[in-house]
Design a protein around this ligand. Structure first.
Ligand SMILES: *[C@@H]1O[C@H](CO)[C@@H](O)[C@H](O)[C@H]1NC(C)=O
Ligand SMILES: *[C@@H]1O[C@H](CO)[C@@H](O)[C@H](O)[C@H]1NC(C)=O
Ligand SMILES: *[C@@H]1O[C@H](CO)[C@@H](O)[C@H](O)[C@H]1NC(C)=O
Ligand SMILES: *[C@@H]1O[C@H](CO)[C@@H](O)[C@H](O)[C@H]1NC(C)=O
Ligand SMILES: *[C@@H]1O[C@H](CO)[C@@H](O)[C@H](O)[C@H]1NC(C)=O
Ligand SMILES: *[C@@H]1O[C@H](CO)[C@@H](O)[C@H](O)[C@H]1NC(C)=O
Ligand SMILES: *[C@@H]1O[C@H](CO)[C@@H](O)[C@H](O)[C@H]1NC(C)=O
Ligand SMILES: *[C@@H]1O[C@H](CO)[C@@H](O)[C@H](O)[C@H]1NC(C)=O
Length: 463
């Protein structure tokens, strides 16, 4: 055992060398974004007539303040401060080089009147609204074609008051697809930090066609039975850092996406270079981290580590379907603790849900180089339900150092997948039983734990 680890560590140097450019880029991303930018100009929302009584609708005050601050965007940018109070508003849109800063006792409340959430066009990579054909309601806080945006606060609150939308969804009286709480389209340099997000009508934070996005130190809460209230959904976006978040919602805590069937295939904008770390959360009906189901533009280079999921349906999940096309590759998940989770790892290959009848059923997804390691679980029902697609094997699925206390009599169930494993308990399915080390190390995506700091004491003593 000791000799094996030493050899692995020597090999590590080669692997680290190979992976270093991406690693440095990703972690640099997180650090760079967290440094606070001071804006030379600042105004308070009350200067624009806003009333923080929870009853007055303040959409015009937000729009006017932001319109005024736009004139500072070429002068170092500006800050809009939201003081203590309950600030009811409809959807408003941000401008570049802006900080929206909330006081710790500030609550921005979403209007419960759907007219205050205007309609916008569907995303080209989806071809239609996600729930209903046609347009979709614009998010409460919205930005398009922007650079250098910060939304932050001393744990101030943005509450979408989504229950009216959940009821319209449940009783099937929605006119168009529900709005997100925060959405950025085609924007670069977005920081969302130190805030609490409550009760989103639909997905909570949705960066789409964005780059350099950091979501840091946020709490996201929606009722566990609220429909489709995903936490954070990076969609066709690159260089994304999500760290130190607590998320408890009715759907996936984090879902990485990249467009839907034929629309996503032709838009062809992948989600790549995504770091997720120090995530804690619960989702009764969905997953801790999901890749897909909309993944038609491709998803790659995702590193997730230090994750804790409890009282949840699924820990790590890939969702796809014939018709999606695209790929999910080079995914690395490590250091996961699961408690009271039904299915620890799940690949769903027949997710369905197509935008229309024009998808190509022969457009099969490519799923390869998925590494999951250093996982422990208590009171897990099923360890792995790993379904590939007949004639389209999911390749190089690598599981290492996984130890789960499982209640089901058949802990693993695999079909149409291929891969390797070492130190997995309970014993994994036949298709993955061949060892990783040493012969298949290079078939697995950076299986060694290079994300640990090079000065890690354990490592130096071993080498
Ligand atoms: C978030 O809070 C921490 C601790 O107060 C602070 O260091 C950091 O700069 C804050 N981030 C932003 C963008 O304000
Ligand atoms: C994205 O935004 C930039 C400006 O920030 C603009 O030049 C570009 O045309 C936009 N692209 C799309 C597809 O909207
Ligand atoms: C964003 O950029 C695209 C492409 O240049 C343009 O069509 C669109 O009007 C812009 N939208 C906004 C809100 O600036
Ligand atoms: C997280 O934000 C809270 C306030 O919301 C702050 O007190 C704390 O220091 C922040 N932590 C980090 C790591 O930024
Ligand atoms: C922020 O507020 C939320 C909701 O009240 C709370 O659960 C969370 O612990 C707070 N976070 C910090 C860092 O204080
Ligand atoms: C659907 O839910 C909304 C929001 O709660 C409610 O106003 C409406 O009356 C309901 N409609 C039906 C047909 O149940
Ligand atoms: C196996 O994973 C556990 C965490 O689940 C970790 O503490 C341990 O160091 C790992 N073992 C090896 C040999 O990497
Ligand atoms: C494996 O899963 C399939 C369906 O996904 C099911 O039909 C089969 O019974 C399962 N096998 C075991 C041994 O649980």
């Amino acid at each position: 055992m000791r000799i094996t680890l030493t050899r692995v560590d020597v090999l590590l140097i080669l692997v680290v060398f190979n992976e270093a450019p991406w690693y440095i880029r990703g972690s640099f991303q997180c650090q760079q974004m967290s440094s606070e930018i001071v804006r030379p100009h600042s105004v308070t929302i009350t200067e624009f007539g806003a009333v923080g009584d929870g009853l007055t609708i303040n959409t015009k005050a937000f729009q006017n303040a932001i319109f005024y601050l736009n004139s500072f965007s070429d002068k170092g940018g500006a800050q809009l401060f939201v003081p203590a109070g309950r600030w009811l508003t409809g959807s408003f849109d941000l401008v570049s080089h802006l900080t929206l800063r909330l006081d710790k006792d500030a609550v921005i409340l979403g209007s419960i009147n759907s007219d205050d959430w205007p309609l916008i066009d569907p995303l080209p990579s989806y071809g239609r609204g996600r729930e209903l054909p046609g347009g979709r309601h614009r998010s409460l806080i919205f930005g398009r074609n922007l650079t250098d945006i910060i939304i932050t606060g001393d744990n101030g609150t943005i509450d979408g008051q989504g229950s009216v939308w959940w009821n319209w969804f449940r009783n099937e009286t929605l006119d168009y697809t529900r709005p997100h709480l925060v959405e950025f389209i085609n924007s670069t340099g977005v920081v969302i930090s130190n805030l609490t997000f409550l009760n989103s009508p639909f997905w909570t934070i949705h960066p789409v066609y964005c780059s350099q996005v950091a979501v840091q130190n946020v709490t996201i809460i929606s009722p566990l039975d609220s429909p489709n209230t995903d936490g954070i959904d990076p969609d066709s976006s690159n260089d994304v850092c999500i760290e130190d978040c607590y998320i408890s919602t009715g759907d996936d805590l984090i879902a990485i996406k990249s467009g839907w069937d034929e629309y996503g295939i032709s838009y062809a904008r992948p989600s790549t270079n995504i770091i997720i770390r120090r995530l804690v959360g619960e989702t009764r009906s969905s997953s801790g981290i999901a890749l897909g189901s909309e993944m038609s533009g491709g998803i790659s280079e995702v590193h997730a580590e230090n994750l804790q999921f409890f009282n949840s349906n699924t820990g790590i999940r890939i969702k796809t379907s014939p018709g999606r096309g695209g790929y999910v590759r080079n995914i690395y998940v490590s250091d996961v603790i699961m408690t009271d989770v039904k299915i620890a790892i799940r690949f769903t290959s027949n997710y369905g849900e197509h935008p229309d009848n024009f998808y190509d059923p022969l457009a099969l997804p490519i799923i390869e180089k998925i590494t999951i390691k250093d996982v422990t679980g208590k009171n897990v029902k099923v360890a792995g339900l790993l379904d590939g697609i007949d004639g389209d094997s999911f390749l190089n699925i690598c599981l290492s150092n996984i130890s789960l206390s499982v209640t089901s009599g058949s802990p693993w169930n695999c079909s149409y997948i291929q891969g390797y494993s070492d130190f997995v308990s309970p014993k994994t399915c036949e298709a993955l039983q061949e060892g990783i080390y040493p012969k298949h190390l290079s078939d697995c995506y950076c299986v060694l734990n290079h994300m640990r700091s090079p000065t890690d004491p354990d490592r130096s003593t071993l080498v």
